[in-house]
Write a protein that binds this ligand. Structure first.
Ligand code: PLP
Length: 435
């Protein structure tokens, strides 16, 4: 058998790139096999180096919410490119993008653009520590906030996929300043604040966890978990950082904050993924008094040679411009239809599963009972997922190669595209059921 071009590329890649990839989950470590090397993408379709076509349910992990190579976005980037690739000086696109984010999301009074979600959470945490003069950060098991030293403990996403407790190379001092609690555990948070409230700079949470699969924030007596976090942190003089890198501009027009943000506000928020429309953009923002701490006016240093890059802001602006009410309705329909199809196929094949959603985001857990915590997310049948994954890949449907990730639809997931997925689901569900 002649080896495929993807296989040849993967072999070459592994010689010069650790594990052959520039971000761990892409290596297919948890599902096995050779990752297709992609050559091009258009709308909801991917084409690999061997010319095989797939319906995409990864969407570059979120940014491609309007589909791949969406014409207005490509045109905006091409147009910007003719006017210069990078200035390292202020340009209008940065202002317009920050204004658009502030217009959509109430708590954003000021915003800084960076180059990734990781940079955004790292910088927000620095601001929170400077503002409070405290060191400790509280995070929740299963929430992923990028590969920031202080935030890697019990992170979801790739860290979940490879069952790593955190990361080697993080100092003990850094780890000591991070307290990890089970997601949704109000009693544990109350207890921690009672004991160490005056040491805590911030609580950081995903607005709706989506890196251990999707876990919607639980409501108790009409009080949502995010609101509870804000109230508890504020009562102790600590801040709440709401990480909307994944949910921002996807869960709804106002991100997840648009779903449960009433009568409370996070102090700082972080963005990434959709805000760059496929180019490297992250952002953090919030209260003006906190953002005013940033250099050069304030004492908190934060900078970036390529931050606010004109191509990146053009892609982000064109993407947000395409995300009108009709686009969110299309996303919602595609997401709901797909959830129903998956549920029907898995039910028909007798595969235990539960589908959870937050706005237009959803994921499928291969277990019977709802998932509320990271421990519960890990207690799923990942072997069943792996069989399901490979059957779909074989049939030309490209799922996230991990049982701990959300599935991503785009506005290019038309009924015809959904039909192609529907045609592949029954056999994949049977494969999942077979032991
Ligand atoms: C993806 C993600 C990040 C990290 O963003 P990068 O751009 O990959 O650095 C941070 N937080 C959440 C919630 C994410 O989903």
């Amino acid at each position: 058998m002649t080896p495929s071009l993807s296989q040849e590329l993967f072999d070459r890649a592994r010689r010069v790139i650790p594990s052959g990839v520039n971000s761990p989950v892409r290596a297919f470590g948890s599902v096995g096999g050779t990752p297709p090397f992609l050559a091009s993408a258009k709308g909801a379709l991917l084409t690999d180096a061997d010319g095989r076509e797939y319906v995409d349910l990864v969407g570059s992990w979120g940014p491609m919410v309007l589909g791949h190579a969406h014409e207005p976005v490509v045109a905006a980037v091409q147009d910007a490119a003719t006017r210069g690739l990078s200035f390292g000086a202020p340009q209008a696109g940065e202002v317009t993008l920050a204004e658009e984010v502030a217009r959509r999301i109430g708590p954003i009074q000021q915003l800084r653009l960076v180059n990734s979600g990781t940079e955004a959470t790292m910088s927000a945490l620095r601001v929170a520590r400077a503002a409070t003069g405290r060191d400790v950060v509280v995070k929740f098991a299963g929430c992923y906030h990028g590969h920031v030293d202080a935030l890697l403990a019990e992170a979801g996403s790739g860290v979940a996929t490879f069952a790593m407790p955190g990361s080697a190379g993080v100092t003990e001092g850094t780890a000591r300043d991070t307290v990890v609690l089970p997601y949704g555990d109000r009693a544990a948070l109350t207890e921690l604040f009672a004991q160490r409230g005056d040491e805590i700079a911030a609580v950081i949470t995903e607005a709706a966890p989506a890196n251990m699969g999707v876990v919607p924030p639980p409501e108790v007596d009409g009080v949502g978990f995010n609101r509870f976090l804000a109230d508890t942190a504020h009562a102790a003089g600590a801040l709440l950082i709401s990480d909307e890198v994944l949910t921002g501009f996807r869960a709804s027009a106002q991100g997840h904050y648009g779903i449960d943000g009433e009568g409370w506000a996070p102090d700082l928020m972080t963005f990434g993924k959709v805000i760059g429309g496929g180019l490297p953009v992250g952002a953090f923002g919030g209260r003006e008094d906190l953002m005013g701490l940033l250099a050069p006016a304030g004492p908190v240093y934060q900078a970036g040679t390529l931050s606010g890059n004109p191509l990146a802001t053009a892609a982000g602006l064109a993407t947000l411009a395409g995300l009108d009410d009709a686009a969110y309705r299309t996303l919602d329909t595609a997401s709901s239809t797909l959830q129903q199809l998956v549920a029907d196929a898995l039910t028909a094949a007798g595969v235990p599963h539960v589908i959870q959603r937050a706005g237009t985001l959803f994921s499928v857990f291969f277990r019977e009972e709802p998932v509320r915590t990271y421990a519960e997310a890990k207690a799923q049948d990942t072997a069943a997922f792996t069989r399901f994954f490979h059957a779909l890949l074989e049939a030309g449907v490209y799922l996230p190669p991990s049982a701990f990730e959300a599935w991503f639809v785009s506005t290019a997931h038309t009924p015809e595209i959904i039909d192609r997925i529907a045609a592949a689901l029954p056999a994949a569900a049977k494969a999942a059921a077979a032991r």
